[in-house]
Design a protein around this ligand. Structure first.
Ligand code: GLU
Length: 502
């Protein structure tokens, strides 16, 4: 790369940062880190009416969670401060005045009603919509009249009427737009705030951005930007338009396809390194087959020629598979640390039962984590049940039994009782209470009792954990220890005592 790379992530705080936004941030960050360049965060908050409370914070939170540090921007400052467009209004106004003076822009006094009528008329005549240049070349007296009426004008950019605006996009190649289809867009609103086009160009120029890397939906804005650069005599940056993110049905990824906000995935128990790895592969690939890549590997190989043109399909199944894969690679201690905040949630929100004391005993949790690790799909769930619910039998003193679950298929109450009584006798005298010995001896017992293992292990699973889905039985028993297992089997027997023999 001949120049020093300067790229930016420029979110508008008009909603929750979604996967597409953060993918854009990630690609910019990767490109900057690959070339030892500068990654800038700039907040494009000029649309006051669409501003959403907390959106800036959630953007920064998402970046921080993924470890995407920024060299210039909110909180960290930098040599091109400020990084909120709402604090840079004078700069845009100055450019608008310059363009007015040089005849590249003009004031427009049209009322919203007039613009509406114009649009309806264009539609009824099946003409392309766009401003009809009503205010271009107004006479002095007309202008005075509007001003006497107290109308504050907007400033429109005068687009060329003929020819085309073309540029080389680093992903899409040669792109061109017919100028006659691009109307005289508003650059400065009547409240003195710039529109996206003006502020974006002024800032990319003044912040010395070398590559504008953004989602494909901004492609139609680019000829407008290029025209602004042209009349100002500024060198435009290079453009890189990233492929769309699609749902499995190939339509644009949206709420319909499930959660779209990165922070929602965090709360669902996806790991930040998975979101990083997965998003890196949405529109970029190393070799079409490598799926698991570390941060360092992605940075090392991240070049623009590997960005793909076609829309990138977001597959929830693959995302969840990758999450499980990463979870299984974590050390017990690390997984314990990551599970804690999920288990400490209220029971109704997926944590351990509320009667279990918080903070949770991490030493004990450390012992349980290996039993769980294989089964977790996310930090919050095994797919079958919440993590808190799954391990609650390890924390509870007393379980509630459902007799129907205790009595296994093709067994009756008497059989169930004797299976539990015989198991109890065995467990009380077992020399070593470890998983291997438990399995061996209980297998043998099932034969003696004339039961199949599914039946005996099934009834024991319910007696020990209170339910049918649980971590592996023998490890569970070992971890719970002999005393608690014996207590539970006795309690299960007790619950069968009052059931009439049918
Ligand atoms: N503010 C725009 C957005 O919200 C930025 C587009 C661009 O990068 O130029 O995505």
């Amino acid at each position: 790369m001949p120049v020093e790379v300067r790229v930016r992530y420029a979110p508008s705080p008009t909603g929750e940062p979604h996967l597409g936004n953060i993918r854009t941030a990630l690609f910019n960050w990767l490109f900057a880190r690959h070339w030892g360049g500068t990654f800038i965060v700039r907040i494009e908050d000029t649309d006051v009416t669409r501003k959403v409370e907390g959106a800036v914070e959630n953007n920064l939170k998402s970046l921080r969670w993924l470890g995407l540090d920024w060299d210039e921007g909110p909180e960290v400052g930098g040599s091109h401060a400020p990084y909120f467009q709402s604090e840079r209004l004078a700069l845009y106004q100055e450019v608008a005045v310059r363009l007015l003076e040089e005849g590249y822009a003009y004031r427009c006094y049209c009322s919203p009603e007039r613009l509406n009528e114009m649009r309806q008329e264009q539609q009824s005549r099946k003409q392309p919509s766009g401003y009809d240049r009503h205010c271009l070349g107004l006479s002095h007296s007309q202008v005075r009249e509007y001003e006497v009426q107290g109308i504050t004008p907007v400033v429109r950019f005068k687009m060329p009427l003929e020819g085309e605006t073309a540029f080389e996009d680093l992903v899409r190649g040669h792109v061109s737009f017919e100028n006659r289809l691009l109307d005289d867009f508003v650059m400065l609103k009547s409240d003195g705030f710039p529109t996206y086009h003006l502020a974006n160009v002024v800032d990319d120029h003044s912040m010395e951005i070398t590559h504008v890397m953004r989602a494909e939906e901004w492609l139609p804005s680019t000829p407008r930007h290029i025209q602004i650069y042209r009349v100002l005599g500024w060198e435009p940056p290079l453009f890189v338009h990233l492929p769309m993110i699609l749902g499995p049905d190939r339509s644009k990824l949206s709420k319909r396809h499930g959660a779209t906000s990165v922070l929602e995935y965090r709360d669902m128990g996806y790991l930040p390194e998975v979101v990083f790895n997965f998003l890196a592969l949405l529109g970029w690939s190393l070799d079409d087959k490598t799926e698991i890549m570390s941060r360092e590997d992605v940075i090392k190989s991240f070049t623009l020629d590997r960005i793909v043109k076609a829309g990138a399909i977001f597959s929830m199944d693959k995302f969840t598979w990758m999450n499980g894969h990463y979870i299984r690679q974590l050390s017990t201690q690390e997984l314990t640390k990551r599970l804690l905040p999920f288990l400490e949630r209220p029971y109704g929100k997926g944590g351990l039962p509320d009667q279990i004391q918080r903070p949770i005993d991490t030493g004990y949790l450390n012992k349980l984590v290996p039993l769980l690790q294989e089964r977790l799909k996310t930090l919050a769930s095994t797919g079958e049940m919440n993590t808190g619910e799954m391990i609650s039998p390890f924390f509870l003193d007393k379980l509630d039994y459902d007799v129907k679950l205790l009595v296994q298929k093709e067994m009756d109450i008497t059989g169930a009782r004797s299976a539990l009584e015989e198991s109890l006798r065995l467990l009380e005298i077992l020399p070593d209470f470890n998983a291997q010995m438990l399995e061996e001896k209980l297998r043998a017992l099932s034969q003696v009792l004339g039961l199949n293992t599914r039946q005996l292990f099934g009834i024991l699973r319910v007696a020990i954990t209170g339910r049918t889905a649980a971590p592996p039985l023998f490890q569970t028993m070992e971890t719970l220890d002999r005393e608690r297992c014996v207590m539970r089997i006795k309690a299960a027997l007790e619950s069968l005592r009052h059931v009439p023999v049918l």
